[in-house]
Design a protein around this ligand. Structure first.
Ligand SMILES: C[S@@+](CC[C@H](N)C(=O)[O-])C[C@H]1O[C@@H](n2cnc3c(N)ncnc32)[C@H](O)[C@@H]1O
Length: 225
């Protein structure tokens, strides 16, 4: 596949953007910090690390988030209203806390990529044309009352946000930009993107409070082209 001449990756969550920046710029330092967490991992250590909200050094913050993500309950990312990660420890025999080869490959791929903190509406301010491709990977619209997991960060992602995102998608498509978006397979999302190409795909998902909701589930991949 041809590499884009210039790529920008963005998210509203500054902690996630910091992780991507550390993977891109300081993979060896990040691997060393993760290895330290791996050697000390146990439930008491997990809750001690979870309390460390005040870390300022970027690699220490990134390693903390990755460590908690790999060892927490179901790999959830959820924050309380103060922006603090609040998921309990998971029960894994051998969690993949540090994969040096994977982190180094991801770092190589991210070289030359801009990583920024911004909301999806910002994309409309960019001078995009038919030469450009935009992919949106938003919080998924809940498909049932038990799958309502949209609070990745303290702002949440509401039904109105889904509608605003669909407007942004349609505006970009109107400019000729090739736009792609993933979301849950439900009538609300199918209606929002009516007129675009809607593909059902089978995706493996571990994030579900009920065992029968895990495994392969149908999701939507929507394209403007
Ligand atoms: C399904 S996750 C995708 C994560 C990301 N693609 C990755 O693989 O690391 C949805 C993401 O949407 C982000 N998000 C929530 N509201 C947003 C907004 N208004 N603008 C941009 N990103 C937002 C969340 O922080 C979360 O990381």
């Amino acid at each position: 596949m041809e590499r884009a001449s210039h790529a920008v990756l963005g998210d509203i969550n500054p902690e996630l953007v910091n992780v991507y920046r550390c993977v891109r710029d300081r993979p060896m330092h990040l691997i060393a910090e993760l290895d330290h967490h791996k050697r000390h991992h146990c439930p008491d250590y997990y809750y001690w690390v979870r309390q460390q909200h005040q870390l300022t050094e970027p690699v220490a913050r990134a390693a903390r988030l990755l460590y908690l993500n790999k060892t927490c309950y179901n790999g959830l990312y959820r924050e309380n209203s103060r922006g603090q990660f609040n998921v309990p420890v998971g029960r894994y025999k051998n969690p993949a806390i540090c994969d040096p080869d994977l982190l180094q490959s991801a770092s190589n791929l991210l070289q030359g990529t801009d990583l920024d903190e911004f909301s999806f509406t910002t994309v409309l301010d960019w001078p995009l044309s038919s030469q450009d491709f935009v992919y949106f990977d938003p919080p998924y619209h809940p498909i049932s009352s038990t799958s309502c997991f949209t609070s990745y960060n303290r702002y949440g992602f509401t039904t109105q946000d889904q509608m605003r995102l669909a407007e942004v998608f349609a505006k970009l498509a109107g400019l000729g930009v090739r736009v792609m978006l993933s979301n849950s397979d439900c009538d609300f999302i199918r209606d929002l993107y009516r007129g675009f190409n809607i593909h059902s795909i089978q995706a493996a998902r571990a994030i579900n409070s009920q065992a029968r909701g895990r495994g392969k589930i149908s999701e939507l991949l929507i394209t403007s082209y």
